[in-house]
Write a protein that binds this ligand. Structure first.
Ligand code: TSB
Ligand code: ZN
Length: 592
């Protein structure tokens, strides 16, 4: 919607605005050393070393004021070529720019400076003519960013902003930001009593409240049923294991940073598991398998613990204690394609039920870091090529990304964007030639020979935490009938006269399996309807004089002003169908 990077008009405006930000900051703060300030998909940022100083969001008005002053002053933005020597002299006190300049050849004619008034920056160009053209901009947020993305380096201050060529566009963007904030699952999760955290438990360890527990249980039953239907077998395995297990699997060498430290008791050493695969490898190894038994699909709603950095932990979307909708599928080589196809089909089938449409498939490949990835180049080449070939054959549209694989193999990830614009992986399907080898797994082939199987790791809902966070944001907290914590609220017009009729309806609906509540508080009808609306309860049934005498019910849906009267049983049938078909009601949903 607001892609500034690929927009011929917005790109130079945002690029120049990054310079304007740097100029304003250098006027307000002393001794700032600038790194780079690129245009990104939504606006721009500038990374800077502020020395002892800090910039907080409270400082934005002050910085924006200075940016406005400079823009009004309207200096021209003038570029000129410089020699490497000249550039080095000019930036002699800025190690960051020197690092950049150092990358050019001695006699390069590609180094240029761009100057506006008394501010000069090393830059390739792509600017507006004059600062006057920068009128509609806004600073968005501030974050820390390690220099060169390396945690061993200094943490710089990254200030984000965005600029447009008209006031209407800026306004539209501000409205969009407001809407995103309103969708933030942490805000809705609190308002709708879905989950909580406590310092006494710790960051990233969420407590599901009863409303959240209903959503989660509904998801659990849904996905387990789907998997049973597709020939998966579900198991339970413990969250602890001897550290030896992870030494065998390779997690110890390649995933230790993501694990909680070892617990020692007497002579034993145990750890909390970060993944369920090693346990499932042992399950496969527990019995003898013939080639005819494969594929074997072992599923588990597996609780895992990962030591995510406290700064990275975020509501339910990035947690330390998580439950995966996990499975490991043991296949013969000739079954890989068919099985991956099955996983992709399952993903698409599930997404249809939830009406998830904005996602991209990403083929996640190995990076160059040998600590992060198991070192066996030919195994990687084989696995990456097979997965790529299969995706091409299956006609799945995807893009490739380096350094995003698991330590044991490449992945097909489904990438989504959260309300606050974070890109995350929801579902994943991973091809692994390594763990079966590490655990000496085998099946017996048609010639009575032992053959190592291949493993497909897959999580369709990913984790219940992340998936719920995503759904809350997608539905703006208004869960469709089948997922809603309270599905039906019965509201008698008068809290005494119509109480009995209302209670009967509650009993009948509960018998039919609907999560139904009664609101017969001594409050005005309008107030109680508003209450049901603020809890985003999908079906609100109002019963008064007319309904009691005609044996009818008046239906009011969340998000709609319409009220429709039904004969009682007719209404029960209608909502039973909606519940079963996972119907998502969307009519004029923005009114609430
Ligand atoms: C699929 N061994 C595989 C498994 O068999 C595995 O663990 N893969 S994973 O590391 O990619 O995790 C699976 C899914 O869990 C991810 O696709 C993502 O949706 C979810 N996930 C990962 N880390 C977190 C986290 N910190 N918080 C919430 N969800 C997470
Ligand atoms: Zn796994």
């Amino acid at each position: 919607m607001f892609n500034t990077k690929d927009d011929a008009i917005l790109y130079p405006i945002n690029h120049s605005c990054a310079h304007l930000l740097a100029q304003a900051v250098s006027n307000i703060y002393s001794d700032v050393k600038f790194w780079v300030g690129p245009v990104v998909e939504e606006g721009f940022y500038y990374d800077m070393d502020l020395g002892e100083a800090t910039i907080k969001e409270e400082d934005f008005p002050k910085i924006e004021k200075e940016m406005k002053r400079l823009a009004k002053d309207g200096k021209r933005i003038v570029g000129r070529k410089v020699t490497k020597k000249e550039a080095q002299d000019f930036f002699k006190d800025n190690p960051y720019k020197l690092y950049l300049i150092d990358k050019f050849d001695e006699d390069s004619d590609e180094i240029s400076f761009y100057t506006q008034g008394d501010f000069t920056d090393l830059c390739r160009g792509g600017h507006v003519e004059s600062l006057k053209e920068l009128k509609y901009f806004k600073l968005l947020k501030v974050a820390g960013a390690y220099w060169l993305n390396d945690s061993k380096n200094k943490m710089l201050t990254r200030v984000y902003g965005i600029a447009f060529d008209s006031e209407e566009k800026l306004k539209a963007y501000e409205n969009y930001l407001e809407e995103c904030k309103a969708r933030d699952h942490r805000k809705l999760g609190k308002e709708l009593d879905i989950f909580m955290t406590s310092e006494l438990v710790g960051p990233g360890l969420n407590l599901w409240l009863p409303n959240g527990a209903v959503i989660r249980r509904t998801l659990e039953r849904y996905i387990v049923d789907k998997e049973l239907e597709r020939g998966y077998h579900h198991v339970y395995t413990p969250v602890l294991a001897s550290s030896e297990l992870y030494k065998i699997s390779g997690h110890w060498d390649h995933y230790k940073d993501g694990m909680y430290p070892v617990m020692k008791m007497d002579k034993e050493e145990v750890v909390l598991r970060p993944m369920n695969c090693p346990h499932h490898m042992l399950l496969f190894k527990n019995s003898l398998h013939s080639y005819r038994d494969l594929p074997i699909r072992i599923g588990e709603l597996g609780q895992d613990f990962r030591y995510e950095k406290s700064g990275a932990v975020m509501g339910l979307e990035r947690v330390r204690g998580m439950c995966q909708n996990d499975a490991h599928i043991f296949v013969r080589k000739d079954q890989i394609k068919e099985e991956i196809k099955g996983v992709v089909e399952l993903i698409l089938d599930v997404y249809k039920d939830f009406n998830i449409k904005n996602y991209k498939f990403r083929l996640s490949l190995k990076g160059d870091d040998n600590e992060k990835y198991y070192n066996d180049p030919s195994m990687w080449e084989n696995a990456e090529n097979s997965l790529r070939e299969i995706l091409n054959e299956l006609n799945v549209e995807y893009y490739e990304a380096k350094d995003e694989a698991a330590f044991y193999g490449p992945k097909l990830d489904v990438q989504i964007k959260t309300a606050l614009g974070h890109e995350l992986t929801l579902s994943t399907c991973q091809l692994d030639f390594l763990l079966p080898r590490k655990f000496d797994l085998y099946y017996i082939d048609e010639n009575n020979e032992k053959v190592t199987p291949v493993v497909i790791h897959r999580a369709i809902l990913g984790t219940f935490e992340r998936f719920s966070a995503y759904l809350i944001e997608e539905y703006k907290g208004a869960m469709p009938l089948w997922l809603a914590p309270t599905q039906v609220m019965v509201i008698p017009v008068h809290h005494e006269y119509h109480l009995e009729y209302a209670k009967n309806i509650v009993t009948e609906l509960r018998k039919l399996g609907f999560r139904t509540e009664l609101n017969a508080k001594n409050e005005k009808l309008g107030y109680r309807v508003r209450e049901a609306n603020s809890q985003k309860i999908p079906i609100q049934l109002v019963v008064g004089e007319g309904e009691v005498s005609n044996n009818t019910i008046t239906l009011r849906r969340f998000g709609s002003r319409n009220q429709v009267s039904y004969e009682k049983n007719e209404l029960y049938k209608l909502i039973e169908i909606e519940n079963k078909t996972k119907f998502i009601y969307e009519e004029d949903n923005n009114n609430n």
